[in-house]
Design a protein around this ligand. Structure first.
Ligand SMILES: Cc1cc2nc3c(=O)[nH]c(=O)nc-3n(C[C@H](O)[C@H](O)[C@H](O)COP(=O)(O)O)c2cc1C
Length: 208
């Protein structure tokens, strides 16, 4: 697949077919992740692939399996989601947070070495470079998955989900997880519509 096709076809996929992905393909996708730009040349990243369903269930235990209509309405209200398409996205995504990971062919947990940086209280934006770098690698992973005919979703860990993941997966202190990734074969028409942006209103020449 051409690069621009992968970029244009990549969508967040939260509904998967019940199909496995070979280790060879997963390794190819993760090797693309390791080609991303990095702040310190070291790419101090690890990727934990979870395919065992008992381990997946343990890992995902803190994630709510559903949300009531009242809580969903409250979330839309409290987060001030006024755009209709944005609301549609959240109404589609929030109830699927558990299933989109559990039903995926694999859960991938990326890890980055935080090197003593207090990510939640950085002294300057450059102290977040290790976090920025792992996100570059995640986009590479998404594009490579798309090029393989696969789809991905992601969840930012909330509450104690990351610390729970540390215990279940056994990754050491000093490594942080930016997100959970679900990867699999997309169900037909699995993606929500993407908001179209008129880029001519977002590109500025010489000054804002
Ligand atoms: C930083 C970041 C955080 C996100 N957090 C979540 C999340 O917690 N759960 C989820 O289902 N999707 C999450 N997403 C995916 C977005 O919902 C998705 O990218 C957006 O709706 C646009 O859809 P598209 O990826 O198909 O273009 C996140 C994406 C990014 C970049």
């Amino acid at each position: 697949m051409e690069l621009y096709d992968a970029i244009n076809n990549r969508r967040t996929i939260r509904d998967f077919e019940d199909e496995k992905i070979s280790d060879e393909v997963l390794r190819r996708i993760i090797s693309a992740a390791f080609k991303a730009p990095t702040n310190d040349h070291m790419r101090d990243w690890h990727f934990i692939i979870v395919t065992d369903k008992a381990q997946a269930a343990e890992l995902l235990k803190p994630i709510p399996k559903s949300i009531s209509d009242e809580d969903m309405d409250a979330l839309i209200r409290d987060w001030d989601l006024s755009d209709a398409l944005q609301q549609e996205c959240y109404r589609n995504a929030v109830p699927k947070q558990y299933r989109m990971l559990f039903d995926a062919s694999a859960i991938i947990v990326p890890l980055f070495g935080a090197k003593g940086v207090d990510i939640l209280h950085p002294e300057s934006i450059s102290h977040l470079n290790c976090l920025a770098s792992i996100w570059c690698s995640i986009e590479n992973l998404f594009l490579a998955a798309t090029a393989e005919g696969l789809g991905c979703d992601l969840r930012i860990p909330l509450g104690d989900e990351a610390e729970h993941a540390r215990k279940v997966l056994g990754f050491p202190e000093g490594y942080e997880m930016p997100c959970f990734i679900g990867i699999g074969v997309p169900k037909k028409a699995a993606a929500v519509r993407q908001k179209e942006i008129d880029i001519s209103s977002r590109i500025h020449y010489d000054r804002f």
